[in-house]
Design a protein around this ligand. Structure first.
Ligand SMILES: *Cc1c(COP(=O)(O)O)cnc(C)c1O
Length: 220
């Protein structure tokens, strides 16, 4: 058994069954994804549209593809036909475009709203006020071809575990608050290779794990 398969099995054994494991395959070759697929992995995540569409066209059609990166409005059309879940929606214009492209395909598109929980300035995400505004608009039926399935967030990249836990807890509370009102809420996407155990302890039910499965990424 090779490493990728072992890594997936070890992570699966260490997490509760209700947690969805998304294998983040960005920068990794199609052959690595096929290896993971052959071990039973079905949820994969990519953060670039072109890479995602190229890989999707070469791999089995029952893969559930997650767009986890920052998505530009003019690129929604390239993934609308097949993407399973778009994680990083953090503004109204993008949401409207997703709704429009979904309508063109005569389907509904699943999305998560990205909330800013980290203290770092570089992380994307909306604040509570915009979230409230969007959820109200959604409830009024303004995005009929979009299904908001939950929230996504990234914690600060720090060795301070208490801070990371606090950030995840904040997002979990927000998620639970909206879940009482929106029964379709089912995903709270938080946790990556470095912090997924803390994320699960603090309410995550979907983790996005790359390097702990496929090894370190080489960006050169
Ligand atoms: C790359 C990436 C991940 C996975 O990161 P690892 O540290 O390799 O597990 C998770 N989420 C997002 C949004 C990413 O861009």
């Amino acid at each position: 058994m090779n490493n990728i398969c072992q890594n997936i099995q070890k992570i699966k054994e260490s997490i509760p069954e209700y947690v969805t494991l998304v294998a983040v395959s960005k920068t990794k070759p199609v052959s690595d994804i096929q290896t993971a697929y052959d071990c039973g992995q079905r949820h994969f995540g990519e953060n670039k549209v072109q890479e995602l569409t190229e890989k999707q066209s070469q791999l089995p059609k029952d893969i559930k593809w997650h767009m986890i990166g920052h998505l530009q409005r003019n690129k929604v059309k390239y993934i609308a036909g097949f993407v399973y879940l778009i994680h990083g929606v953090d503004n109204l214009k993008l949401l409207k475009e997703i709704d429009k492209q979904a309508r063109k395909h005569d389907k509904e598109l699943n999305i998560l709203l990205q909330i800013k929980i980290a203290r770092e300035e570089t992380k994307f995400g909306m604040n509570d006020a915009l979230l409230a505004e969007i959820m109200q608009s959604y409830e009024q039926g303004n995005f009929p071809n979009v299904k908001i399935l939950g929230l996504m967030g990234m914690a600060t990249n720090t060795s301070d575990k208490q801070q990371v836990a606090n950030e995840f807890t904040t997002l979990h509370r927000l998620y639970e608050t909206y879940r009482t009102q929106f029964p379709e809420f089912q995903y709270l996407s938080m946790g990556m290779s470095g912090d997924y155990p803390i994320a699960i302890e603090n309410g995550s039910n979907l983790i996005r794990v790359g390097s702990a499965i496929f090894g370190a990424r080489d960006y050169k």
